[in-house]
Design a binder for this molecule. Structure first.
Ligand code: ADA
Length: 561
């Protein structure tokens, strides 16, 4: 998992990343597989996507990963898996501990009542599409869904009493004040324990607490008179250390408030124009298991172009990427997985329950990142269908219940007939004038038509153009400048930026589709518009080589500053 800072000093944490035993089982039912008889005839990197490696390229099926782990003693341990694609079953010494559905989110598997010493961990991973087992992943999505343990693994010794989570919310920016919520657990009611909270190495609170239950939460408020605020221009971060009894958690946070008012998004009461991209966490050589240096290079390219915004399309992002965005001052739209769902899914409790669980995991993981300034759900789903509205109400309501401190949104591609826009704080519209259907010259009119349709009812809400773009094949440049050339893409994006921010001033943000080219599924309905099996609308290609549009966007974004 390798966060950008150490999360525990006192707690024993074992990094399980490395080379694990591996077996590709193929079209086998996980319910009937004889785990003890699996022949592990290969080795595989964790984190990694097996189907991004030459031997298993493009294969889907059931696979098994195995390694030995060391339980320090017989007290509870917690295994963290930070993203397994996209269904898995975890077994320890042959005992079935837990199943998990859904990639891209971090989840815990508790190990209780196990004796001290080494134990054999087996993770069965299924990358096939199976609605019953894994309702959030569908083959028709417009990105390739790689398989494997993509975001690493850790084993934590919890001991007899532990901290489950620490959440930090900015209560006030003047004077800076934070609210810290500590959830805790124990094998038996622990009684008297010491609680210490330190910020940036300075102890600010120390007290004795009497915990009379197995688990619970404590809330403390702290004023930090000298603390600097976080903003895209000054991404100041602070470190909170929580020590409760024998356990500790360190978390990094920023002090900032996000509000929406008069068509604007404000950070610390200052309006901000969000300029940036949609980014798929994908790379031809690594699948979804993006190494940190590639993330760093992505962030550097975004900063170089003058961006302050990334939409994490279309699923929760790696914690290390969020760490980098915190440091770089890049605002993030954190998005739960979803792509063009209809009433068939949105009225199905099985789908909604899986969405709710995925949202829980996304929010738990991204909560303390100041860069995450908003959250979204259900990209381009049927928000124009009244039958889908209850699903939108449930999921957006759940986001608000979990965290009232961030605005919520969803990307709509039905701006003229949408029936759920009253449920959001920020309007977000995906549109492709100049690419699907019309010509570049039509872009201003088509954008104005969208604004005119939204404004009568939602005039006070900020509006983000959450997708707009054109395909360009890396290296294809000629005098004709037709679709698929780098020059067509550059011209289209220049036109969009000029119209949104120079000729008009209605939108609060732009997320260009997209940062990097990414592989897509053969099953996507539009595959004939996906040369080479890639969505080629990146301003850099899948290996991050810049196209002409990179410089065009860079010039245009810098000119707005
Ligand atoms: C949609 C969708 C994106 C991508 C895009 C495209 O707007 O949200 O994921 O598929 O279209 O390239 O056509």
């Amino acid at each position: 998992m390798h966060r950008r800072y150490r999360e525990h000093d006192a707690r024993v944490v074992m990094d399980l990343d490395g080379i694990w035993d591996f077996a590709f089982l193929g079209d086998v039912d996980p319910e009937t597989v004889d785990v003890a008889a699996i022949r592990f005839d290969d080795r595989m990197a964790v984190p990694g996507c097996f189907d991004a490696t030459p031997a298993y390229a493009s294969l889907r099926g059931l696979v098994a990963y195995r390694r030995e782990i060391l339980l320090q003693d017989a007290t509870p341990h917690r295994l963290w898996l930070a993203g397994v694609h996209h269904w898995c079953r975890v077994l320890l010494d042959g005992e079935h501990l837990q199943d998990h559905a859904g990639g891209f989110t971090r989840f815990a598997v508790d190990v209780r009542g196990h004796k001290a010493g080494t134990a054999e961990l087996v993770v069965l991973v299924d990358s096939r599409f199976d609605y019953e087992r894994s309702p959030l992943h569908h083959e028709y999505f417009d990105w390739y869904q790689f398989g494997g343990i993509a975001r690493g693994a850790e084993l934590h010794r919890l001991g007899s009493q532990w901290i489950d989570a620490v959440q930090v919310v900015t209560q006030s920016i003047s004077p800076p004040e934070i609210q810290v919520t500590i959830s805790h657990g124990a094998v038996a009611a622990p009684g008297e324990l010491g609680l210490t909270l330190s910020v940036d190495g300075k102890i600010l609170l120390t007290e004795g607490v009497n915990l009379t239950t197995f688990s619970g939460t404590m809330v403390r408020t702290m004023t930090l008179p000298d603390a600097t605020l976080w903003s895209p221009a000054s991404p100041n971060l602070h470190v909170l250390d929580v020590r409760l009894g024998d356990d500790d958690v360190r978390t990094r946070f920023g002090i900032r408030q996000v509000t929406v008012r008069d068509q604007q998004i404000l950070i610390n009461d200052e309006p901000v124009k969000l300029l940036g991209f949609n980014r798929h966490a994908a790379h031809p050589e690594f699948g979804h298991a993006i190494p940190e240096m590639v993330m760093i290079s992505d962030v550097q390219q975004l900063l170089d172009m003058g961006c302050n915004f990334v939409r994490g399309s279309h699923y929760p992002q790696d914690a290390r990427f969020l760490d980098l965005c915190d440091e770089a001052g890049i605002c993030v739209w954190s998005e739960a997985i979803g792509w063009q769902h209809t009433a068939e899914h949105l009225t199905d409790p099985h789908f909604i329950d899986a969405q709710l669980a995925g949202i829980d995991e996304m929010v738990a993981a991204d909560f303390n990142h100041p860069a995450v300034i908003m959250r979204g759900i259900l990209n381009e789903s049927h928000s124009h269908d009244p039958a889908c509205r209850p699903g939108y109400e449930t999921l957006l309501g759940h986001l608000r219940d979990l965290d009232g401190s961030r605005p919520v949104t969803y990307a709509s591609n039905h701006p003229f007939e949408d029936v759920c826009l009253d449920l959001v704080d920020i309007l977000s519209v995906n549109c492709y004038p100049g690419w699907y259907g019309s010509e570049i010259e039509r872009i201003p009119d088509e954008i104005d038509r969208i604004v005119a349709a939204l404004d009568p009812e939602h005039a006070e809400k900020p509006l983000i153009i959450s997708e707009i773009g054109a395909g360009a094949i890396y290296g294809w440049r000629d005098w004709n400048g037709a679709r698929w050339t780098e020059s067509y893409q550059a011209r289209l994006l220049e036109t969009v930026i000029r119209h949104l921010f120079v000729d008009r001033d209605r939108v609060a943000g732009l997320a260009i589709w997209q940062f990097c080219d990414c592989r897509t599924s053969e099953a996507v309905r539009k595959i004939l518009g996906r040369p080479g099996g890639f969505n080629n609308k990146g301003v850099v290609d899948a290996y991050r080589r810049p196209k002409q549009a990179y410089d065009a966007v860079k010039r245009a974004f810098h000119a707005l500053k």
